[in-house]
Design a protein around this ligand. Structure first.
Ligand SMILES: [Zn+2]
Length: 76
């Protein structure tokens, strides 16, 4: 689990944290910088995988599927 607070006004995403409570705390602290009024939210960012790892996993899955199809076509 990973959560990240993002400020829509600053266009800034804070580092991911393991719990929503921690992200909400970052939001509460940052909100003070805007005088308490700012459209903001905490977003769920999945299992904490960075984009490079996600791309690699997608390639592995796609490659595995292609191999399964190849075996299915040529194994009959
Ligand atoms: Zn901000």
């Amino acid at each position: 689990m990973a959560y990240r607070y993002r400020c829509d006004r600053c266009r800034v995403a804070f580092p991911t944290v393991p719990t929503r409570a921690a992200a909400e705390q970052e939001r509460a602290q940052h909100r003070l910088a805007h005088g308490g009024h700012v459209p903001d939210h905490v977003e769920y960012v999945g299992a904490g995988l960075d984009p490079a790892t996600r791309r690699w996993l997608a390639l592995v899955v796609a490659g595995g599927t292609a191999m399964a199809v190849w075996n299915w076509v040529h194994g009959r």
